[in-house]
Design a binder for this molecule. Structure first.
Ligand SMILES: C[S@@+](CC[C@H](N)C(=O)[O-])C[C@H]1O[C@@H](n2cnc3c(N)ncnc32)[C@H](O)[C@@H]1O
Length: 261
């Protein structure tokens, strides 16, 4: 590969570690100058490289993305790792696993690949479901079940042990304007906005779990510290759940495990 070209591109990228992306740009364009210039122009307007290239990797799986879905994040890989540990602890019990707010389908695909069992994946955005379906085909996970629905309106078994994994939108509405341009100008608002304190979608999901006649066992959520208080208050008020807040690898409180008491 043309090392001089990679270095030249890296110098033009305003990233903390520009070399890997410069290398990817050269690979993607086969070093064609016109295409490289076009990509650099788009990046200079803060467009994420993942949307330009059209895919990213999540726990080693190639995941196609467009502006209808959130670009999968590193912390969500940690969410999946935690969820897998919890699910494996349940052993051979017959269960249904539901990925709420599937977006690109990255969580459902990673769970399916690791567990070999059917996963139900839901999203209120039809455009996101289309991307998730494409990703399931490309990753040979055709037996994933997709539904363009929220949890309240989802029809599921009421006997199977139910496990929920969710990365729902959790940015407080008033913080959206302060996000980086690459996020606020390109990623879908439906994947970011979590209402006034960020907890809107998770509070509703916990309410819906309570209302539904299902055999709920455990839920693992990706959260942010801004919403922790509201969620904990709600969980304390119901007295139906045990919960534990877990840290990510940077020692930030980023995950919430909720269990039936
Ligand atoms: C933060 S993105 C996460 C996408 C993907 N799971 C990931 O981790 O990269 C949240 C997703 O939840 C969807 N969503 C928002 N509200 C929802 C709801 N009430 N029920 C189901 N999906 C919802 C959005 O359309 C979006 O695709």
């Amino acid at each position: 590969m043309d090392q001089a070209l990679i270095l030249e591109i890296a110098k033009k990228l305003n990233y903390p570690t520009p070399l890997p992306i410069a290398k990817e740009i050269v690979e993607f364009t086969d070093g064609r100058k016109k295409d490289i210039d076009e990509i650099l122009k788009r990046i200079s307007k803060d467009e994420p490289w993942e949307y330009i290239r059209g895919y990213t990797y999540f726990l080693g799986h190639k995941i196609y993305v467009n502006q209808n879905v959130l670009i999968p994040r590193k912390e969500t890989e940690e969410l999946v790792t935690i969820a897998l540990e919890e699910i494996k602890e349940l052993g051979k019990v017959k269960k249904q696993i539901i990925d709420v707010g599937t977006g690109s389908g990255c969580i459902a695909i990673a769970l399916k690949k690791a567990l070999g069992q059917e996963i139900i994946a839901i999203d209120t955005s039809l455009e996101a479901i289309k991307v998730a379906r494409k990703n399931s085909r490309e990753n040979s996970c055709e037996d994933l079940q997709f539904h363009n629905s929220d949890f309240e309106n989802l029809e599921i078994s009421n006997t199977l042990v139910t496990i929920i994994v969710a990365n729902l939108p959790y940015i407080p509405s008033e913080d959206i304007n302060f996000l980086e341009n690459s996020v606020k100008n390109y990623e879908p608002i439906e994947a970011l906005d979590g209402g006034h304190d960020g907890a809107k979608h998770y509070c509703k999901l916990l309410n819906d779990i309570q209302k539904k006649d299902i055999n709920f066992e455990i839920a693992i959520f990706e959260i942010d510290t801004s919403m922790e208080k509201s969620l904990i208050e709600m969980l304390d008020s119901t007295e139906e759940y045990n919960y534990v807040v877990m840290n990510d690898s940077f020692n930030r409180k980023r995950f919430l495990k909720v269990e039936k008491l």
